[in-house]
Design a protein around this ligand. Structure first.
Ligand SMILES: [Zn+2]
Ligand SMILES: [Zn+2]
Length: 247
């Protein structure tokens, strides 16, 4: 049986030669399907102390439990965040490929790295359900998929936590958050997310994990977590792949 698998995979490699998603180096001789050894070393896999609200990396002598100065006066509806690392270098390239260049399969890799990070830095509560940050329908049609949904699905399989589908909806499209400053970002997302009414029972009293691809000021995640808590969730934690430099 194993022999057959090896033969099939060798055959597929001939038809569709595998390349590293980071540097296009051939992976024909590698057991890894996505990245070469060199690119794996470029990923921020080691655990570093972060602000538990915005994901900002603390200095080397700080504790995880600290919030950064920016977050001391910023109320967030989600309790804590976990992430892979800063939105730069290889991580940024992978996210751009995943989101904008239709490299759909990358969600397997990104979710696997995220799951590894969560296992090294677990949440203080047992998570009972995973929910994705929604895209506006028009944006989802243009892109072909919601990047957060597939990350959430993959993460649900890797962490063995139920995925709760279509819990939140974003009825109208908004100005891209990346074009706005801090306060304007909060105003931009206010009132645009809603709980799908038939999902109220599914989230009632539960500790949820909200999934998105990137965090900047945390406005989108805050608004989604606020709606989830207002409509019955007990607590909401957040996971994202990366944190941008702008806050
Ligand atoms: Zn590579
Ligand atoms: Zn912070």
């Amino acid at each position: 049986m194993i022999k057959t698998k090896i033969k099939i995979s060798h055959f597929l490699d001939l038809v569709y030669p595998r390349e590293c998603w980071g540097c296009q180096h051939s992976l024909a001789q590698s057991s890894n399907r996505f990245l070469c050894f060199f690119c794996w070393q470029q990923l921020p896999l080691r655990r570093k102390p972060i602000c538990l609200k915005c994901g900002y990396t603390h200095g080397p002598h700080c504790l995880d439990s600290l919030w950064c100065l920016e977050c001391l006066n910023r109320p967030f509806a989600f309790k804590e965040v976990r992430l892979v690392g800063p939105y730069k270098g290889l991580l940024r390239r992978l996210l751009i490929c995943y989101k904008f260049e239709k490299k759909f399969a990358l969600h397997y890799l990104l979710a696997a790295i995220l799951a590894q990070k969560i296992k090294r830095h677990p949440f203080p509560d047992k998570i009972e359900g995973i929910v994705a940050v929604p895209l506006a329908p028009k944006r989802e049609r243009e892109r072909g998929y919601n990047q957060a949904t597939y990350l959430a699905l993959s993460l649900s399989q890797k962490l063995q936590i139920p995925y709760l589908s279509s819990v939140l909806e974003k009825k109208c499209d908004t100005v891209a958050q990346s074009t706005l400053s801090g306060q304007k970002r909060r105003e931009n997302v206010q009132g645009v997310f809603h709980l799908v009414s038939c999902k109220k029972k599914e989230i009632k009293g539960k500790v949820l994990l909200l999934v998105d691809d990137v965090i900047t000021t945390g406005s989108t995640a805050h608004e989604c977590a606020r709606i989830l808590k207002k409509t019955g969730a007990k607590k909401v934690y957040l996971v994202v792949i990366a944190r941008t430099e702008i806050r």
